[in-house]
Design a protein around this ligand. Structure first.
Ligand code: TPP
Length: 279
């Protein structure tokens, strides 16, 4: 399990990976990816019980992560590669023809670490809830994790999954939301206002935990609180900043799905410390 100091180093490298991957591809989704980097780094390097060497797509006998907000593929690919699921050098193939690293996760290309394709928003939480209930029925004590976006939560299917998981007391499901207040076209409040997510998930019968998605102690504590609760599915609402880590990318939906120029990439690199070696 990585320490907080180690998590900070890995997260810095993951943000470098994201900016370089999207710049090279000339398209992709850097903003949300950089905002949820600290949480995803904590998940894969501290929280989740997983082993890239024995991983199988069956989902049996292991913790499972599902990326419901499939456009956040850059951060997903980076943490998977840095955790050892596939060669780090492959990150340079994002969105290229024939690559296993498509713009949204695509299982038909057999990328280790990915359980299901995603990208059509709203679907992943339903799959996560189903896998989690299956694990309980099989007597497995592994957990299922699922990352949703706040803009994604404007999809009705998220709330169907929420009702279903609460009804079936799927308490081995730890979902978390990238609560950055932004989505593709602007602030969530100006598109289809979703606030207050805390009250909504509570009303849907979930245990709700709110945490600072850029404070590693807060992230670790949130997962610990989730472990100590029983009987209900859990939703951790991580307060995050889209584009966190690079000053000209932070806090705006403009970087939801836009590639930096070569100059912007170089400027971003000067703000992000290289800690593990670039690819
Ligand atoms: C079903 C569906 N509708 C629309 C889209 C287009 N789309 C991609 S990302 C996005 C906004 C998602 O917002 P959020 O979950 O908050 O992600 P963030 O902007 O924070 O990265 C939309 C509408 C989609 N991928 N799937």
């Amino acid at each position: 399990m990585a320490t907080i100091e180690e998590l900070k180093k890995i997260a810095s490298q993951v943000r470098r990976d994201i900016v370089r991957m999207v710049t090279t591809a000339k398209s992709g989704h850097p903003g949300g990816s950089m905002g949820i980097t600290d949480v995803m780094t904590t998940l894969y390097f501290n929280e989740m019980q997983h082993d890239p060497k024995t991983w199988t797509r069956s989902a049996h006998g292991q913790d499972v992560f599902l990326l419901s907000a499939g456009h956040l593929a850059p951060v997903y690919y980076s943490v998977l590669a840095r955790a050892g699921y596939f060669p780090i050098s492959e990150l340079g193939t994002l969105r290229k023809f024939g690559s296993r690293l498509q713009g949204h996760p695509c299982v038909t290309d057999s990328l280790p670490g990915v359980f299901k394709p995603s990208g059509s928003l709203g679907q992943g939480l339903s799959v996560a809830a189903g896998i989690a209930l299956g694990k309980k029925m099989d007597g497995e004590d592994n957990r299922v994790y699922c990352l949703c976006g706040d803009g994604e939560s404007e999809e009705g299917q998220i709330w169907e999954a929420g009702m279903w998981a609460a009804h079936h007391q799927v308490d081995n499901l730890i979902a978390f939301t990238d609560w950055n207040g932004q989505q593709i076209d602007g602030p969530t409040t100006s598109i289809t206002a979703i606030e207050d997510l805390s009250e909504k998930w509570g009303a849907f019968g979930w245990d709700v935990i709110i945490a600072d998605g850029h404070d590693f102690q807060s992230i670790l504590d949130a997962f610990q609180v989730a472990h100590n609760k029983n009987g209900k599915p859990k939703m951790i609402l991580f307060k995050t900043i889209m584009g966190q880590g690079v000053d000209f990318m932070a806090g705006t939906h403009v970087w939801h799905g836009k590639a930096p120029s070569a100059d912007q990439c170089a400027a971003a690199m000067t703000q992000l410390e290289e800690t593990l070696g670039d690819y």
